[in-house]
Design a protein around this ligand. Sequence first.
Ligand SMILES: C[C@@](CO)(OP(=O)(O)O)[C@H](O)COP(=O)(O)OP(=O)(O)OC[C@H]1O[C@@H](n2ccc(N)nc2=O)[C@H](O)[C@@H]1O
Ligand SMILES: Nc1ncnc2c1ncn2[C@@H]1O[C@H](COP(=O)(O)OP(=O)(O)O)[C@@H](O)[C@H]1O
Length: 318
Amino acid sequence: MTADGQTTDRPLENATTKGGSPTWRRAGSKLNLYLHINARRPDGYHELQTFFELLDYGDELLVDTNPEDIRVDWIAGDEPIDGRPTDPGDDLLCRTALRLRQYAHDLEQAPRRRPLGAHITLKKHAPVGGGLGGGSAAAACLLLALNREWALDLPRETLAEIGRELGADVPVFVRGESATAHGIGEELHPGTAGQTTGIYLVLIPALSSPTARLFVADGLKRDTPKRSDTDLLEHWRQGATNVFEPLLLAAHPALAALRDDLESQAGFARVTGSGACLFAPVTSADEGRRIGHALAAKHPVLRRYFVSRSVGNGKSAS
Ligand SMILES: C[C@@](CO)(OP(=O)(O)O)[C@H](O)COP(=O)(O)OP(=O)(O)OC[C@H]1O[C@@H](n2ccc(N)nc2=O)[C@H](O)[C@@H]1O
Ligand SMILES: Nc1ncnc2c1ncn2[C@@H]1O[C@H](COP(=O)(O)OP(=O)(O)O)[C@@H](O)[C@H]1O
């Protein structure tokens, strides 16, 4: 898909891919260890209280800034590419590159000689619509990459604000640290959850869950009182929930059975985000793989699984 750049006059400096080979970047993903909705806002969005645990598993991006147009190609990785938006205008990466280029143009004192362009290849590993924020992580990874390759030198704060316009989950990936979140997900405070090794088994069911539709679903609990983040971080396993989970389990009995089996084997099970992936903290990667393997043999709804580590507060999203 292509979106043509505007021709301008100032030379592009410091683009490290210029004449060189671009390298693959890993975008990551997230788990919502808990997710409460506190209120519905006048703009239709919802006030949330959640903890984003950032994982090192996610899509890979190749960003070549030598070309002068903007173009995005998807290739299959661990995931097929049939979840790709059919309309190029809906592709989050395409929208991200266009938005950042517009922002850069608006800032410019003098026109550039060469347009800001990028050919982006997305290798898909995170499932689309799984509640893992794969698309948001890829968008954040692209913002950080283009900021450097286009030599814009924008601070992370500005990139997070641009990211917020693209999706509520983008800012946390721009910041690159696990964090508690309020607002629609953009008021972030780095933190560390208790009761976890930071190693997680993640189950990917053969179900995709449309975020916007779930937020307007009948029966969604939208009035959970705000709680102290410290308290929630300490007691997230027994003392918190994911408010989307009851709706998803009621609609998909096979997912409910998988969830119960995960809980009996791992001692915990929860949906992440608006679903439909499930997760549990595990004591080791080996234990995670053993449980994943056993569940896959019993539950046809379990399409695949992976084991991943939290990136914690390590600022890895670049
Ligand atoms: C539910 C969460 C939890 O982390 O994750 P996912 O399940 O998508 O991974 C997020 O809030 C999703 O974030 P994201 O997917 O970036 O949302 P956006 O693209 O900004 O919005 C998609 C739609 O969800 C609704 N929305 C989103 C966030 C929010 N706080 N309130 C909302 O009501 C809006 O209807 C919006 O049109
Ligand atoms: N480049 C992209 N990568 C992933 N999803 C994208 C992309 N562009 C648009 N989308 C759309 O974003 C939604 C899924 O977002 P994603 O972050 O992958 O999942 P989720 O929000 O469930 O965690 C889908 O509607 C998908 O079509």
